[in-house]
Design a protein around this ligand. Structure first.
Ligand code: ADP
Ligand code: CDP
Length: 209
């Protein structure tokens, strides 16, 4: 499951995994965890070589239960802190560093193993799992995505969310290494006018076909 922020990847992936009794992996949480660690260590995020030099150090352990996804860095539960504004504002810069991607993609493939899992991110159909049995690319209008995200974040306005998301979308889709793009063989689903349950039902139909 790939797509830009607020398109519904996490909610849809968790719902599909639950319905099918599969595991669930949030790869964005892994990039966020790496970013949280870099910020805590005081690594200069303006210097890609500094990020590359340190990115093998933290142990990053995501849980795969769709009913309660978890993420630990060196044994510390970072589920809350990785959603804070400082991490959200810096994650696309860290995720653009090729060495970070090589390490996290290898970890993701280890967790995915023989399959039986719903995986969400930005490069799942293109890079991490090009042989996935079902590939979905979720989209929604920038306004809908910003509205959804601002409903989740206390005190944020739709306008501010839309601006921050547009900045991250641009970084994610123009970076040199594995930019966000629709994979060959993926089905595009525009979720703007659909409810969450309708999107989950549509993905389950694709899986059943
Ligand atoms: P992403 O993982 O792509 O960033 P999320 O799954 O976190 O997106 O969705 C962001 C928010 O939008 C969540 O609060 C979710 O419940 C809501 N949402 C997702 N899909 C829909 C939809 N089709 N209709 C309405 N709200 C949705
Ligand atoms: O919370 P949101 O859905 O907006 O994003 P996320 O899925 O948590 O991902 C956070 C960031 O991690 C993205 O903006 C990308 O920069 C990066 N990411 C990536 O590069 N590749 C992935 N497979 C997943 C996330």
């Amino acid at each position: 499951m790939d797509g830009p922020s607020g398109s519904g990847k996490s909610s849809v992936s968790r719902g599909v995994a639950r319905a099918l009794g599969l595991r669930y992996l949030d790869t964005g949480a892994m990039y966020r965890a790496m970013t949280w660690w870099m910020l805590r260590e005081g690594v200069d995020l303006g210097d890609p070589a500094a990020i590359a030099a340190r990115c093998a150090e933290p142990s990053i352990e995501p849980g795969t239960d769709p009913d309660g996804p978890t993420i630990h860095v060196d044994g510390v539960d970072v589920g809350g802190p990785i959603r804070e504004a400082d991490v959200t504002g810096a994650v696309s810069v860290v995720a653009a560093v090729p060495e970070v991607r090589v390490r996290l993609v290898a970890l993701q493939r280890e967790i995915i193993g023989a399959g039986g899992i719903v995986v969400e991110g930005r490069d799942i159909g293109t890079v991490v799992c090009p042989d996935a049995s079902v590939k979905v690319y979720l989209t929604a209008s920038p306004e809908a995505r910003a509205r959804r995200r601002s409903a989740e974040v206390a005190g944020s306005t739709v306008e501010a969310q839309q601006e921050a998301m547009a900045r991250r979308d641009t970084l994610d889709s123009t970076r040199k290494t594995d930019p966000l793009s629709m994979a060959a063989g993926a089905v595009e689903l525009d979720t703007t006018a659909l409810t969450l349950d309708e999107v989950i039902a549509e993905v389950l139909r694709l899986v059943a076909d």
